[in-house]
Design a protein around this ligand. Structure first.
Ligand code: GAL
Length: 368
């Protein structure tokens, strides 16, 4: 009998060790919710994220919600019902996600806000680029290209186009650019001919190219049809810069070169840079953003996120920032912020060198 009991105990021990081992190696499921496929960059983000997580042994569910905030809520609810262990979300409309974020919190599913912050305390971490700096780089480009500091009495005319008010990033981009150029606006060196200097006046719903095109056409026909010279159009990103460049082609009578800024390195915009229809873009390496997100999630599941050490381990510059972003007033969120880069006609090769684009025989870049 004694022998039988100890045999039984040994069996129980073996079985429970087996249970622990299988629990530890159990496949984790990540829900990746991206905003839309209609903007080029999110296609890259979605596929890099899915690929990285799958390579690391995760099961990955990827959805795009067609820039429809209600649909994104639905997509995330389906992921929760499907039993995801972690959510990686880039919000379409920050304000629309509160209920589903509360649902995630109730289920104990951690959320990583990816690229765009979500104003809800269910968010455990934020992975992005330094968004204010994106705007600063655009402003600094203009400052240097026109040598504004030494402009003397010269006056340059400028217009602004910003992003989607539903996107938390959009104000950071706009403020970074506007703060950099404000001293020159105040001094009269830069003149916003339309007078439209408030974010709400220059914002672009859904970052949509046609919306940016329509507003730019209206501004050009209202303020520049009399031959007034336009020198700069500061656009927050590439999808809006595409619309503005089209409006300049169709509705601007002058022939002078106009500085047009952007962000993202979308292929159509890189072609415009080669052709001189856009002047610069701020490039954000979203392959790096995916790698950072994966490493963070792995550290979360290992129960060990030492933010500073983690940020130092990526091999690319990444700030671990515990001060700049809040999910609700007073509730700071640990953020991992990558560094954006200015790309112009002169350093397009940089995009080839980092391995994400190739130079076509026609001199235009293609995404790999
Ligand atoms: C922002 C993002 C930019 C740009 C824009 C439009 O949130 O940071 O890179 O893509 O959305 O989708």
């Amino acid at each position: 009998m004694k022998k039988f009991v100890s045999l039984f105990l040994a069996l129980v021990m073996v079985l429970s060790m087996f249970a622990v081992a299988t629990a530890e190696t159990e496949t984790k499921k990540v829900g990746i919710s991206m905003p839309t496929q209609s903007l080029e960059r999110w296609n890259r983000d979605g596929s890099y994220l899915k690929e990285e997580f799958e390579k690391a042994g995760f099961e990955a569910v990827l959805t795009y919600s067609d820039n429809d905030a209600g649909r994104q809520v639905n997509d995330i609810q389906n992921m929760l019902a499907d039993g995801v262990d972690v959510l990686v979300i880039s919000a379409i409309d920050d304000g629309a996600l509160n209920t589903v974020m509360d649902e995630a919190a109730e289920l104990g599913v951690p959320v990583v806000a990816y690229d765009r912050l979500i104003s809800n305390d269910a968010v455990s971490y934020y992975v992005s680029f330094d968004n204010y700096t994106v705007g600063v780089l655009q402003g600094q480009y203009v400052e240097t290209a026109l040598d504004l500091a030494n402009a003397g009495d010269k006056v340059y005319n400028i217009e602004f186009t910003a992003g989607d008010p539903a996107d938390t990033n959009a104000t950071y981009f706009f403020n970074g650019a506007f703060d950099t150029l404000k001293p020159y606006i105040d001094a009269g060196t830069l003149n916003v001919v339309s007078g439209q200097t408030e974010f709400q006046q220059v914002a672009t719903a859904q970052w949509n190219t046609d919306n940016a095109l329509n507003r730019a056409q209206t501004v050009l026909s209202s303020f520049y049809a009399d031959g007034t010279v336009l020198d700069v159009w500061l656009c927050s990103n590439d999808s809006t810069a595409l619309g503005v460049a089209q409006a300049i082609e169709s509705d601007y009578a002058g022939t002078n070169p106009i500085i047009v800024t952007g962000q993202d390195g979308d292929v159509a915009n890189l072609a415009n840079i080669v052709d001189g229809k856009q002047t610069m873009t701020v490039y954000k390496n979203v392959a790096d953003e995916a790698v950072v997100t994966l490493s963070l999630v792995q550290a979360m599941f290992a129960g060990d996120v030492d933010g500073a050490a983690l940020a130092a381990s990526f091999g690319v510059p990444c700030a671990y920032d515990t001060e700049s972003y809040e999910t609700t007033p007073g509730n700071k969120v640990e953020s991992f912020l990558l560094v954006p880069t200015t790309v112009t006609k002169d350093n397009l090769q940089y995009l080839v060198d980092i391995g994400l684009y190739e130079m076509g025989e026609d001199g235009y870049l293609l995404a790999k």
